[in-house]
Write a protein that binds this ligand. Structure first.
Ligand code: 1PR
Length: 546
């Protein structure tokens, strides 16, 4: 198909969509000027980031009117995420009006009752019939039993006025929203098909293969009330700590309490495999997300030489679940003195295939500044969230326990712990560290996460240095404490040693996701075994064959 175009306005990860389309055997061109929109035969609009940013970019590039004309012409159109939201009249996220193709407004999820953003895998219940029309089957390839990857804070609540438009509805906690729309030549999904594993690729393929035009008068609609169930799942994430070994090869390594060198022999950096191959293996084995951490990011590296850019580019060719990259998301200086702000560094990663960036040390410095001076819009968290959306900014926390006999001995937020200290201490506070645990700061984890949420972060990746690589289970006291302090999703990390540890973290905390590294790399526990076990304990997870 020569006339397939993608409308990219320079925000976020569109590489994954291109890779998904290529993988399905199609070529896709980018819209470079307004006239490209008018000559397209099929058009995909993968909106990424914030609604206002998307609408302003469309206006500045002169795309708004051609886009409306294209849709009105009856040629097939597919919107994704913000690309779906822009079809509505407006959004609570911004004063910019939407395209107004679909009636209604996009609104913010209620944070009091659940974590926001809605980030992860959820069902999409069909409220239109997949049927035969004039001998042709209308099959959207959206299956009630599948789950799809969502990442958004704003959504369109279902109401009767949307009856003709709603294709699927999804329940998140106490709210039901429209997760896909379809009418005539317009199909749009709130979820990301290009990030939804094979289930998502099937939806994309059905759009690419089909005529993309449906005779709505012959389709039956169903009332979603009572039909749509909350199928939000817990995520199982595989984490790859990456660095160059002593011979200069980029390897996946794994530390014990952050020490990644062998204890014997030449004290070499442990080598557990190659990043791209390992990520592909985890995708095929059912990981819901993959996280790469560049663990020697404290060393300055020119922007053009960042080794993880190539890792991401190659990984995103074969992995169709969300990818996070952490390590070195901060201002970097080239040898010629050129300074690249963190925002630009993150942009390079998004264009290389990352869906989220994770910020460690720089988040600690930003939180320290926040408690002294408040917000000034200059931190990496703020600048990246502003353009790419809060959901693209993860805070990676590297805390360690500091024991006290009595809470009065410190000004920091103290937790009563089940892990007594060396002198029998019953209390500890969790100290934030920077540079991969090399330096402790006068900031506790609660201060960090509260500040980072206020600055606009969308998720917390919560490690624990005392647990890392110990196979002794997750640090439940810390996880519960952080969950109680923020309303953004939290990923529990460090210490997973067996399937029962995942059962425990989901039963005893309300964390949204659990991450592991060592047990997956060493093939001690397959991802399938983790999912089978937690499922047998009543925890909803994405099926491996989704
Ligand atoms: O400070 O923004 O440049 O980010 C540096 C990033 O690198 C941070 O996300 C930090 O966590 C990570 N990092 C730095 N040094 C190390 C190290 O191990 N020496 N890795 C490191 C952190 C911890 C987890 C690990 C879990 C699960 N690794 O990511 O994967 O603890 O492990 P387990 O299941 O085997 O117990 P910046």
């Amino acid at each position: 198909m020569s006339g397939l175009y993608m409308l990219d306005y320079g925000a976020g990860n569109v590489r994954s969509l291109v890779n998904a389309v290529n993988r399905l055997g199609y070529d896709i061109k980018f819209v470079n000027q307004p006239s490209d929109i008018l000559k397209a035969e099929k058009l995909i609009f993968p909106g990424v980031g914030a609604f206002g940013h998307a609408m302003t970019a469309l206006k500045q590039k002169g795309y708004t009117e051609p886009l409306k004309a294209y849709i009105a012409s009856g040629r097939p159109f597919m919107g994704i995420c913000v690309g779906m939201q822009t079809l509505f009249e407006g959004s609570d996220e911004s004063d910019e009006p939407g395209l107004g193709v679909v009636p209604g407004k996009v609104t913010l999820f209620d944070k009091k009752t659940k974590a926001v953003p809605h980030m992860g895998w959820n069902g999409a219940q069909l409220v239109k019939e997949q049927t035969q029309i004039d001998g042709q089957s209308v099959d959207y390839s959206i299956k009630d039993e599948s789950v799809y990857y969502f990442v958004h804070s704003f959504a369109v609540p279902y109401n009767e006025k949307l009856k003709d438009w709603a294709l699927t509805t999804t329940k998140y906690g106490d709210e039901m929203f429209v997760s896909a729309i379809q009418k005539g030549n317009v199909l749009a999904t709130q979820f990301h098909p290009e990030k939804s594993g094979y289930a998502g690729l099937r939806v994309l393929q059905s759009f690419l293969k089909g005529t993309g035009i449906v005779d709505d008068s012959k389709i039956l609609t169903k009332n979603p009330f009572g039909l749509t169930k909350d199928r939000f799942t817990k995520r199982i994430i595989a984490c790859l700590d990456v660095r160059a070994n002593d011979t200069g090869d980029l390897v996946v390594t794994k530390g014990d309490q952050y020490d990644v060198r062998e204890k014997e022999g030449d004290n070499e950096v442990r080598n557990l495999g190659k990043p791209v191959e390992l990520a592909k293996r985890y995708f095929e084995e059912g990981a819901d997300e993959i996280t790469f951490l560049n663990i020697t990011s404290f060393r300055n590296c020119p922007l053009g030489d960042l080794p993880m850019l190539e890792v991401l580019k190659r990984t995103s060719e074969t992995v169709f679940v969300p990818l996070t990259i952490g390590g070195g998301i901060r201002d970097v200086t080239d040898p010629d003195g050129t300074v690249h702000p963190a925002f630009e560094v993150a942009g390079e990663y998004f264009r290389s295939g990352a869906d989220k960036v994770s910020i460690g040390s720089d988040a600690v410095y930003a939180a320290e500044k926040y408690w002294k001076q408040g917000k000034d819009g200059s931190s990496a968290i703020e600048t990246i969230a502003q353009a790419y959306g809060a959901q693209a900014v993860v805070i990676s926390v590297d805390p360690r326990r500091v024991y006290v006999q009595d809470p009065s001995q410190t000004t920091h937020h103290v937790v009563k712990t089940n892990q007594r200290g060396p002198q029998g201490e019953e209390y500890c506070w969790y100290q934030c560290t920077v540079m991969g645990g090399r330096e402790g700061r006068d900031l506790d984890v609660r201060q960090l996460v509260v500040a980072c949420e206020a600055l606009g972060a969308g998720e917390v990746l919560l490690n624990c240095m005392d647990r890392d690589g110990t196979n002794s289970g997750f640090e439940l006291d810390l996880i519960r404490d952080v969950k109680a302090a923020v309303s953004i999703p939290v990923i529990a990390s460090s210490g997973a040693g067996c399937v029962e540890h995942f059962e425990e973290v989901f039963a005893k905390t309300n964390v949204e996701a659990a991450l592991a590294a060592g047990i997956f790399h060493r093939k001690e526990v397959p991802i399938q075994a983790v999912k089978d076990h937690v499922l047998s304990c009543g925890v909803s997870v994405r099926p491996i064959d989704n």
